[in-house]
Design a protein around this ligand. Structure first.
Ligand code: NAP
Length: 334
């Protein structure tokens, strides 16, 4: 296929349409910014319209240059693109300036979605190792989160962003903040792949009309060292996924993406080498109901991004970040 012009879209609660699949841009500390941006350049020419960026991926300048080139060459128009970025944890008190920097770097005039990347201001340095701790890290606070969120609401009103996204949330945190939002979040980015489906949070978001966006949809086989643990399971190696791939004569990655789209989440796979096949997954033969059920049964609670680098000094371990007992851990004001 030369170019794919017919990727289906979903309607968000703010009235805008979003493509049902996008390209991720986190190089996982392994792929250089110029190589990521070259993939994005090729992806736009092939038909991708949704690009998931973030300031902390440290490649928005390079991606902005290829977006500008595609616009200048008439490959796409700005309204045809859906560009997302995220405010990094060290800019929660300074959201407008951070947003303006991302817009300038991405050369895109406005953002279609701006995510609060993590729900607390805890900062870790890029490329840090898994044991690194920042003594300034703090547990989640409703007041601090809402202060950051209010700054995002102001960005919508100022026309700098069209939608607000949240990311790496939990149900207790959603319960604590959603009632306080004047502008409802339009999307929530969370880790989702066959071995980690987050069914409860997925259902919650759908009920609330907030679009789930699934990160690491392939189980991120080349994720950073700090996110690799002995007990992790490789989604694409599972015999059930491989058998379904065999039946469709496709790569297991394509099975994971079809499952994600048919379930109703938007996958944002990163790829330098395989982005064409990934986009085609949106329009080729769907999985059967039986295959969808088999994959639903593969849930193994295998969270890959444990987030241990964001722990505050009194936290026990990474489980504290995810409110597994149904209450926000150590929250001063829940
Ligand atoms: N909100 C958050 O906190 C958060 C956290 C993590 C990630 N994200 C976002 O989610 C995106 C996706 O996550 P990710 O990049 O970690 O993992 P991923 O998309 O699950 O996996 C990417 C890896 O899979 C390989 N791959 C892609 N398509 C393939 C195919 N068809 N066949 C075989 N291999 C394939 C890629 O290699 P090739 O390049 O060789 O194809 C790459 O190494 C990120 O890029 C980022 O935008 C957000």
């Amino acid at each position: 296929m030369e170019r794919l012009d017919s990727v289906p879209v979903l309607r968000l609660n703010n009235g805008y349409d979003i493509p049902c699949i996008g390209i991720g841009t986190f190089g996982s500390d392994r792929v250089e910014p110029d190589d990521v941006s070259q993939a994005v350049a090729g992806a736009i020419r092939f038909g991708y319209r949704l690009i998931d960026c973030a300031a902390c991926y440290q490649n928005e300048k390079q991606i902005g240059a290829v977006i500008r080139e595609a616009l200048d060459e008439g490959v796409v128009t700005r309204p045809e693109l859906f560009i997302m970025s995220k405010v990094w944890n060290d800019r929660h008190r300074d959201v407008e300036a951070a947003c303006r920097e991302s817009i300038a770097d991405l050369q895109c005039d406005y953002l279609d979605m701006y995510f609060i990347h993590w729900p607390f201001p805890n900062y870790h340095a890029p490329h840090c190792d898994g044991d690194s701790r920042n003594p300034d890290s703090k547990p989640f606070s409703v007041e601090e989160f809402m202060d950051t969120y209010r700054q995002c609401e102001a960005l919508v009103k100022a026309g700098l962003i069209r939608g607000i996204g949240i990311s790496n949330m939990t149900i207790p945190k959603l319960n604590a903040v959603l009632g306080l939002c004047e502008i409802k979040p339009a999307a929530c980015e969370l880790e989702m792949h066959p071995c980690f489906q987050q069914q409860e949070q997925f259902d919650y978001l759908v009920r609330e009309g907030i679009q789930p966006v699934g990160y690491m949809p392939l189980g991120s086989p080349r994720r950073p060292e700090r996110d690799i643990f002995d007990e992790d399971i490789a989604d694409m190696q599972l015999p059930e996924i491989r058998a379904i791939a065999g039946a469709h004569q496709c790569h297991p990655a394509i099975v994971c993406l079809k499952w994600a789209m048919q379930r109703g989440q938007i996958p944002i796979p990163f790829s330098v080498h395989n982005y064409r096949a990934n986009l085609e997954a949106a329009v080729t033969e769907p999985l059967t109901d039986e295959e969808m059920q088999v994959i639903a049964g593969l849930e193994k609670n295998n969270r890959l991004v444990k987030g241990q680098v964001f722990l505050w000094p009194s936290a026990r371990d990474w489980h504290d970040l995810w409110d597994e007992d149904g209450v926000i851990v150590d929250c001063p004001d829940a």
